[in-house]
Design a protein around this ligand. Sequence first.
Ligand SMILES: [Zn+2]
Ligand SMILES: [Zn+2]
Length: 442
Amino acid sequence: MMVNTGIIFFPAFDWSLGETHPEREERLLYTQEQIFEEGIMDFPQIKQYSPEVADIFDVLRTQAIFPDYRQHDLDAHLIAVGSSIILGKAIIEKELTNGFALIRPPGHHSGATVWGNRGFCTLNNEAILINTLRAKYGLKKLAIVDTDVHHGDGTQDIFYNDPNVLYISIHQDGRTLFPGTGFTEEKGGPNAWGTVINIPLVPGVGDEGFIYTFENWILPKLQEFQPEIIINSAGQDNHFTDPLASMNVSAQGYGKITELLKPDLAVLEGGYSIQGALPYVNMAILLALAGEDYSGVIEPQKLKNMEVSGEAFLSFIHDLKKHHDNVKPNWIFRKEKYFPSGDWVYGEKDIFYDTHWFRERRKDYVRKCNHCGGTVLMLSQNLETYEKGLVIRIPFEACETCEQAGYDLFDALKEREKNIFLQNLKNNKVIWRIGNGEVNFG
Ligand SMILES: [Zn+2]
Ligand SMILES: [Zn+2]
């Protein structure tokens, strides 16, 4: 089969968290050099696209940015998002078979409410892309498979109550690595139970374990869910040379995972072994997407770590899957006096912003509904400044009662709260109420 593979390079040379920071400008330089030197761009099926800036409305439909998005430096992030959207659209419009957005900054730690940068992420590239494609093309069922070594807690947060987005994350166990989440018990909200799948692996798993898990767990789940599009959050920090994590995947392993998964679009996430891994892993992924042989892509270093494999891995993964399958939900019902009718499921959590070292507290209420994803109310507070921000989200294809519940909440809250986002995904509108003013998007 002839494929057309699109790529975009956006190395964000003027965005950096510091010269010695692992998430720095050179992350994509070596990859770019390697791909050009090896003549990969001469393959007729590989087509390079130019980066573009995303519209802020595309961001605000998916993420509420507090206290005011104009106070954050979003320039590089908006280009990373925009580049993902360019490739996504080209794929939906059948101009491309698949694509690889080689961009930075990364995005998967950035959630539904944003007070700053965390885990090097401010905007969630894949989540914004997915909701933009749904809004513009009416896609119904979508999947994100996150192969970064860190749990994509931001992506999970955004889609936790969305029954039409399957989020699967395979990562190093959160007890041993940032951000400390992504356990098997986290399986989605009351209207979306089972559409979040977390596969936290013990440190030391390599190609064999990853390939086994794809073939025996991840691919069957995708087959069952039947998404119209599969996005791969392609983090490369599972590589055995990565300085931030402890896994043992090789460039060949990443090539094989890509070949098995067949993502429509791979979007670069983490990966901090800038010379030892990134150029090779990126090349293996690109060749696999383009249907070319990647067996010649071999990193200079050899695997020297102890790999968790064979019987030890099989027994581990079978126990983990069994545990995942047996977890039962435990909903807490709670509502305030001003809430519209229905049963509301409550949850709370603290979100740590490691870049600037502060916490956000989130209290979420989801309207339980058998007809749609359910309206969600998120009460967010920055625990450093005590500023508050609220989000009311009416889901895509909301039923009439849930949509009305969203507007009723907005009316009840707008006089007493200063900063509220109403995201109506059904009608593709965002209202941002700040002070006594309102800004309308869409
Ligand atoms: Zn990562
Ligand atoms: Zn509903």
